[in-house]
Design a binder for this molecule. Structure first.
Ligand SMILES: [Zn+2]
Length: 450
């Protein structure tokens, strides 16, 4: 085959048709064929034999808070994308808040793109934000290439990104539906949060009681009704309450254009195991009980949940200190999401194909990148995560590339060592490269049109 520069082979290549022994041929950064493992290597092509390590399509993480510029001491494009590369992720979409400015106008988007330029180890795109008063900015942002729009229904935690009230939500969604865009929502109903006891303090049970399941369930119910009324596409971010699954499944059966994600921490950590005072486990909505986690796994298995993404939302170590009332809410897991998920998935009898569906092809489809990312198939970008699935390691925060290596996973033994990550046919990370400068060849990407 003329033009092939790289052949990557393994006994376990995860393709849309299943996992099999194969050789993947790459030309100009794209996959040109997936052939038999023993196929001849074309003249001039480099052969990389991954042996029995699994070759996955690079992961796509559509929920990452990079916080750069403005709060780059929390995280930044270089550190976030390097951690992501080390964790097998090859594409991330940055959330519109926690950076300054937030991504709520085209000018702000340009500021963020300038901040990211030349820094990214992996392909990086941007969500826009829908806040009170910026309805007129939504279409220009859409035209400028954001992947969709995030909004909150309850306070976001930062004053420059206020939540939408009922009227604001409806006008934003009507506008977005008018140009065929996507609204992604932090779905907690503020009335339930206000009514719940807000004790603060070190007890995890008190924190859990302050963010009740009803807040999520009712917010999702409102979103379903509005999506149906406006014939709009809505995506529910970081679902924690499994009680909402039946209503979600029913709405989807009825044809409502609703998609839903959950996160590794909801699927791998449980309220019962959070020590009092352990604010590294604080996030909103919160990590709930084991029985809730079992129901989320069932939702994944049944296809009611579309994807699993990190909601990597770091801050400085100081801001993560304090008690459950005062500490910043957010869990950092860019580098650990794949092994954390694989460890729990294999224990529940799931395959790597399932993990790829939840963490690569599912999020790629959500972002409209399905033809380019998220699959080892001809025509797709040659983005790969090479994983040793049976190997284990113990999480050492000092080995994380996150700017603030605070992690709820510290000390856990996980299955799945990421041996190497490839972006468009180029190796961008490999095990043991800590401290070594690596090329920052990630591109700033836009929502595909047409
Ligand atoms: Zn988030």
């Amino acid at each position: 085959m003329p033009g092939v520069q790289l052949v990557l082979r393994s006994s376990r290549v995860v393709t849309p048709e299943g996992t099999r022994a194969a050789s993947v041929s790459v030309a100009d950064g794209r996959i040109v064929s997936v052939g038999p493992r023993d196929m001849p290597v074309p003249d001039g092509a480099r052969l990389v034999d991954a042996g029995d390590d699994a070759v996955l399509p690079g992961l796509v993480d559509t929920h990452v808070h990079v916080n750069d510029p403005g709060r780059s001491e929390w995280e930044g494009f270089t550190t976030a994308t390097r951690a992501a590369a080390a964790g097998g992720i090859t594409t991330l979409i940055d959330m519109p808040l926690n950076s300054l400015p937030p991504t709520t106008t085209v000018a702000h988007l340009r500021t963020k793109q300038e901040s990211a330029r030349g820094q990214a180890h992996i392909d990086t795109g941007f969500w826009g934000g829908a806040i009170p008063g910026n309805v007129a900015d939504l279409r220009p942002l859409h035209d400028a290439g954001v992947f969709g729009f995030k909004c909150f229904l309850s306070p976001s935690g930062v004053e420059e990104f206020p939540e939408l009230g009922p009227a604001g939500l409806e006008s934003a969604l009507a506008e977005i539906a008018g140009f065929g865009g996507l609204l992604i929502v932090h779905a907690e109903d503020p009335a339930h949060l206000t009514a719940a006891p807000q004790k603060g303090g070190p007890a995890y049970a008190d924190f859990l009681a302050s963010r009740p399941r009803a807040a999520e369930n009712d917010a999702i119910g409102r979103l379903i009704a509005l999506a149906r009324k406006l014939d709009a596409r809505v995506h529910v971010l970081h679902l924690s309450s499994a009680d909402a699954l039946p209503a979600i499944a029913q709405a989807r059966r009825e044809g409502v254009a609703l998609t839903v994600e959950t996160c590794p921490h909801f699927l791998t950590l449980s309220a019962e195991e959070v020590p009092d005072g352990a604010t590294e486990f604080k996030c909103c909505p919160p990590i709930r009980e084991r029985a809730n986690q079992d129901a989320l796994w069932q939702g994944l298995a049944e296809g009611v949940l579309d994807c699993v993404v990190s909601d990597h939302s770091p801050c400085t170590a100081e801001l993560k200190d304090g008690d459950f009332g005062t500490a910043w809410g957010g869990i950092s897991s860019l580098q650990l999401g794949l092994p954390a998920m694989w460890t729990a998935a294999r224990a529940r009898g799931h395959s790597l194909d399932d993990v790829v569906r939840w963490m690569s092809s599912g999020p790629a489809r959500l972002a409209g990148l399905g033809g380019r990312k998220g699959a080892i198939a001809p025509g797709h970008d040659a983005d790969f995560a090479v994983l040793a699935p049976e190997e284990t390691f113990t999480v050492d925060p000092a080995r994380l590339h996150h700017r603030n290596p605070v992690t709820a996973y510290a000390g856990r033994t996980l299955h799945g060592v990421v041996r190497a990550t490839w972006l468009r046919g180029e190796r961008i990370a490999e095990a043991g490269d800590a401290g070594r400068p690596l090329r920052q060849t990630g591109r700033l990407i836009e929502r595909p049109t047409g």
